[in-house]
Ligand binder design. Sequence first.
Ligand code: DON
Length: 569
Amino acid sequence: MKIRLFRSIALSLVLLSGYWQGHAQIVPFPYEIKKEVTGDSAMVVSAHPLATKTGLEILRKGGNAVDAAIAVQFALAVVYPQAGNIGGGGFMIYRGSDGTTAALDFREKAPAAATETMYQDSLGNVIQAKSRLGIFAAGVPGTVDGMWEAHKKYGSLPWGELVTPAIELANKGFQITEREAKQLNAERFTFVRQCSIMPAFVKMEDWVAGDWLIQKELGMTLGRIAGYGRDGFYTGAMAGLITNEMKKRGGLISSADLSNYHSVWREPLIFRYKDAEIISMPMPSSGGVLLRQMLGMIASYPIASYGFHSAAAVHLMAEAERRAYADRAVHMGDPDFWDVPVQQLTDSAYLAGRMANFRPDSATASAGVQAGKFKESDETTHFSIVDAMGNAVSVTTTLNDSYGSRVVVAGAGFILNNEMDDFSAKPGAPNLYGAVGGKANAVAPMKRPLSSMTPTIVVRNGKPWLVVGTPGGTKIPTSVFQVMVNVLDFGMPLTDAVQTGRFHHQWSPDKIFMEDGALPEDTISRLQAMGHILEGCDPIGRVEAIIRLENGRWQGVADSRGDDAADGY
Ligand code: DON
């Protein structure tokens, strides 16, 4: 990809706003999409204006942040089908106004019939398509159980009220944006190949902006969930529709897999960086540990004095990213199956030791594991919410790839994930995001695949200060890391911190990936002189963030890389 280069390395608001506008070229239709909003009481930022609106309505009628999160999750399953889901999974970080914290793991699980070599042929070669497309790629969905558990613990409004807006959106339909139309058109034939009946996402002629997407079957499924809670999805008629689809198309998920699925409350990963307390996701997401490692590795360097996006700052951050991701490949996996040495990995002496061979003027070569090609897209989604009571919720949720496995369960209208690809199909074999792994993340029955999702809440002076997260596969932790450094070290306003260009290093492949125009020309040539290989890439992440301003008001910022929208009051 051609890399457009900036002429100056100087950070200026002019440059930043120019970059930002560059990403806002696709005019969304037909909604008002607010990218930056301030409010006194409550705020929602999500990937779709209708989901943001749904969450805000719940908050306005007295629901808390968890109520709003549940309503947003179900609304996204309708209006943002490439990633919003009931057939996938995710993670939630919660911080209550009383200071309590919680981490909910509703990640998909491998079916009981899964085996370590299920994505290899008889010669041991990885068959990539098997873990990426079609029903064999699906893990047991976790979203509905996750929302049910979150509601049991923290919900204040009746469950049915939180699902109803999504039912209405599915039954009445909604007008799609230009971006959505393009994505659906691009996937038409994949859906046709993978589905046993024609799903609502396919029509003969091209979708155009403003077309109505009506999803009656999904409306019925959501109706069952509204009426029967988690059982309306994991047992009875709905389980029958899912297992029928499995039988028809050779999938592994059984009715026992469904009824046995349970999300898990885990201890959030909590650590300090400067004067901030950071609450993030523990295993089976690598996100929180990677974030802690990267921040820990740069903590003793005066990065602010290097200058934003200077060669010295990017070099330091990329070297920290490289070292953290090398650990990810070997040590990280589902903690219920693998003893992840979190204590050692996040120990400050260990992190200082990792940087012992850091040289300020030269790149450290990554030890060579054959790497796969990167893939950038919008398949996961994040939303951030604060309520008028002072509770904060940060949720990242996914089908993995765009529209997951592309299998729409016949009669149920929802898309199944392809999360099984997040496992390491074979030691050293790259997944969709080029990430490699080994034993720690090998496939096993009922195991959860290692994730990179990093829903995070930052507390300052005893109050929630920043709620943040993003999609982006393995680029998620580095995106959250950069937003954090932008606000905490470079003192940037949140809008600039989110909308500015991003870069990414993940140890293997040994390259710095950068968004088009993200880094100044001078920085690029200095990094090259240090021995870094730089490569342009598609937009990185879609950060949805909320910050408490100095005057105490909330500011919501939605990433300009998509149709993402903020709103509050
Ligand atoms: O759990 C993970 O890390 C991935 N399945 C997330 C996928 C993702 O972010 C795709 N979005 N670009």
